[in-house]
Structures are given as C-alpha cells and as structure tokens.
Write a protein of this length. Sequence first.
Length: 80
Amino acid sequence: MKISSFQRLAGFFLLLLPLLLSTTGAFAQSAADPEMADALRANGKIYVVVAVVGLIVAGLILYLITLDRKVSKLEQQIKK
C-alpha cells in the first residue's frame, strides 16, 4: 500500500498540531519572574544545581557510549 503525498502531509500536520498547541502554555508562563531561580542565584546555589544537572547528563552520555560499544561488539560476534 503506497502512501500518497497528501496523506503524508496530513500526517505531518497532525503531528505538528499538538506540538504547536503545547507551546502556548509555555509562553503564558514566561510573564511571571521565577522567584526560586532568583533565590538560588542570590545564594550562589544555582551553580550547584547546574553542576548536578551537568553530572547527570555526562553520566547518561557515558552510559550510552559504553552501551553502544557493547552492542557493537555483540553485533561483530554475531557476524562471525
């Protein structure tokens, strides 16, 4: 069954519509100043938050790299 270009375009817009509607809430929240971020910045704790988030992201990236290497080794073993 071949998908026509119209059906493909309609599917694209159906996927795009919820994404566009979900961003309207984000714009509504930007009017108020975030009090928690100001307090963390004033106390110098914002750097701790950034460091923790950075460590978590770095750990996830390292985990994905090691997982990719293991999967690659297994794929090479299966080919042999």
